[in-house]
Design a binder for this molecule. Structure first.
Ligand SMILES: C[S@@+](CC[C@H](N)C(=O)[O-])C[C@H]1O[C@@H](n2cnc3c(N)ncnc32)[C@H](O)[C@@H]1O
Length: 419
């Protein structure tokens, strides 16, 4: 039995930890293991340690688990046989690591250790369709080539195309965004000769703006990509890089999400625009009638003070952290429902794994053609708002949608404004 093999240094193994390690062993043996990631608690005894990533590798000496310790400025790898690796993982999970994610082709297992030392095990649908490549010297295939010069100019990669250790999470985010953009655009009814114009609202340094331009450009679309950003210094530096590298059809402008000019645009992107700036971006996209909107919201403050819930749901809001999380969920559910009402088929999904960032939710909306009847959708928005006592919300106001029934009148999605 598995428990018999538990390291002697730990006299009792909590069942959740035993299940987790058993799943690691099973998937290592049957080949369905993708990787295991351990996230340290903060603070911990090794302040430079960022995470431990474990992958199966086939070495001449036999199958091993490569344990890659990612520190702030360096990586350290130890290849261990299964038994030794399992013992090491068990010991570390009761000390410096607070969370662990086991990625397999069948599921994601998430193990969390609370401050009181209790383990909680959760299961999620798989995020990977193919198991790990066991080759020691495997070549990675990226949708976005890490050797493109703009990634180096933005400090994500070294000049030779190696991803900087400290920017690995950013690189993964850029790759994932490119993948999502490619999926969303692949089915669009836009012939290759026609332009795909994209605007990135609140583009910051322009990581995703460059990525979108690069992918569109390489995929043969006629394209014009614009980044809108409030900070002049970021706009200047992004324009300088775009000019130096000859990125034709890519430009950055100083402006605000709410007021920047929005001429003909097919795709609107807004990632991590703070609080209601996401609503401003969504409303601009709807009002301009763009074909695709991709938004990753962050810091949801607006609805927190308004949220109410009657019995039996009132415990959802009793504690500060629950109220905060509930506000995030309700805000994004309301945004998705409003986009549906406005004629957009909307999906909400995890953008990058929560092991990398908590700001990991993506709202992807595609304009329905034809839009279809809106009435049933208006009722759904109002029912959701009523269930949580909401009277106003920025996106609803910007779209001219009264959340409260008494003054609901006959709100209809507005015809797109073509500036
Ligand atoms: C967290 S950063 C995200 C940058 C980029 N979208 C990304 O995900 O890499 C948010 C950026 O949006 C800009 N920003 C926030 N509110 C804005 C607004 N209302 N109009 C224009 N830019 C805004 C900030 O200056 C900042 O550079």
């Amino acid at each position: 039995m598995f428990v018999a093999r538990f390291p002697a240094s730990l006299p009792y193994m909590p069942p959740e930890l035993a299940d987790f390690l058993a799943a690691l062993e099973r998937t290592f043996m049957d080949g369905s293991l993708v990787k295991l990631t351990l996230v340290p608690r903060t603070p911990n005894a090794e302040p430079t340690l960022r995470r431990l990533v474990i992958r199966p590798v086939a070495l001449r000496a036999g199958p091993r688990l490569a344990m890659i310790f990612h520190h702030a400025t360096r990586d350290e790898t130890h290849n261990l046989p299964l038994d030794a690796a399992r013992q090491e993982i068990a010991n570390r999970l009761t000390r410096e690591f607070g969370r662990a994610y086991l990625f397999t082709t069948a599921q994601v297992l998430e193990l969390e250790r609370s401050d009181s030392g209790e383990f909680h095990l959760r299961r999620r649908p798989p995020e990977h369709a193919t198991p790990a490549d066991w080759r020691h010297d495997r070549v990675r295939h990226y949708l976005l080539d890490p050797r493109v010069p703009w990634l180096a100019a933005l400090g994500v990669t070294h000049p030779d195309g190696r991803v900087r250790e400290s920017r690995a999470a950013k690189f993964r985010q850029i790759q994932k965004f490119t993948e999502i953009l490619s999926h969303q655009l692949t089915g669009l009814p836009i012939p290759r000769g026609e332009p795909v114009r994209l605007v990135d609202m609140g583009c910051g340094k322009g990581y995703l703006t460059f990525a979108a331009w690069d992918w569109l450009h390489r995929s043969g679309w006629k394209t014009r990509v614009r980044g809108i950003e409030a900070r002049q210094d970021l706009v200047d530096s992004a324009n300088r890089i775009a000019r130096q590298l000859g990125c034709e059809g890519l430009e950055f402008e100083t402006g605000t999400i709410a007021s920047a000019a929005l001429p003909e645009v097919e795709v609107l992107v807004a990632l991590h625009a703070c609080d209601t700036a996401t609503d401003d971006a969504l409303a601009r996209g709807v009002q301009a009638g763009v074909a695709v909107i991709l938004a990753a919201p962050c810091c949801h403050k607006e609805l927190r003070p308004q949220l109410r819930a009657g019995p039996p749901l009132d415990p959802l809001l009793r504690h500060g952290i629950l109220r905060e999380r509930q506000a995030e969920l309700v805000t994004d559910a309301l945004r998705a429902a409003l986009l549906e009402w406005a004629g957009y088929a909307t999906q909400v999904f995890e953008f990058v794994s929560p092991e990398h960032t908590a700001k990991n939710l993506m709202i992807a909306a595609r304009r329905r053609v034809p839009a279809g009847p809106a009435e049933g959708r208006a009722g759904k928005v109002r029912a959701l708002a009523a269930a949580f006592g909401l009277r106003t919300q920025r996106l609803a106001s910007l779209l001219g949608f009264p959340l409260v029934e008494a003054c609901a009148g006959t709100a209809k999605p507005r015809e797109p404004d073509r500036a």
